[in-house]
Design a protein around this ligand. Structure first.
Ligand SMILES: [Zn+2]
Length: 112
């Protein structure tokens, strides 16, 4: 289960950064090319954090579309399939601009 592994990585990072405090909400940015199913990720998060210190922590997912810059025609296009080709001229000679993200953007900590 890919999403569960992703959640474990998030939980580990959050625990490390929160240093004993309880985050109420965390925001993650996930690129299209990571192929993560949002509903599945939320479900995994609930499963993983049930009865733990992160039980009341809400996961906020921000999706980042995959954008490529073409080295041939110079256009920037958004991918509709996880295949690195220019949407304008069809070449595979492209550079990935966004879409590979997996960042913990921010989290809010409850004052105790
Ligand atoms: Zn092109």
């Amino acid at each position: 289960m890919h999403e569960l592994a992703v959640c474990e990585a998030i939980a580990e990072t959050v625990r490390g950064r929160a240093a004993g405090r309880s985050p109420a909400r965390i925001q993650v940015r996930i690129g299209y090319l990571r192929q993560v199913v949002p509903d599945s990720l939320l479900f995994s998060w609930e499963l993983l954090t049930a009865d733990t210190d992160l039980e009341h922590c809400k996961l906020d997912i921000e999706h980042v579309p995959a954008v490529v810059a073409c080295r041939i025609c110079g256009n920037r296009t958004t991918l509709e399939l996880p295949i690195l080709v220019c949407g304008s001229c069809g070449t595979a000679d492209v550079e990935l601009v966004t879409g590979d993200e997996f960042d913990l953007a921010s989290f809010d900590v409850v004052a105790t």
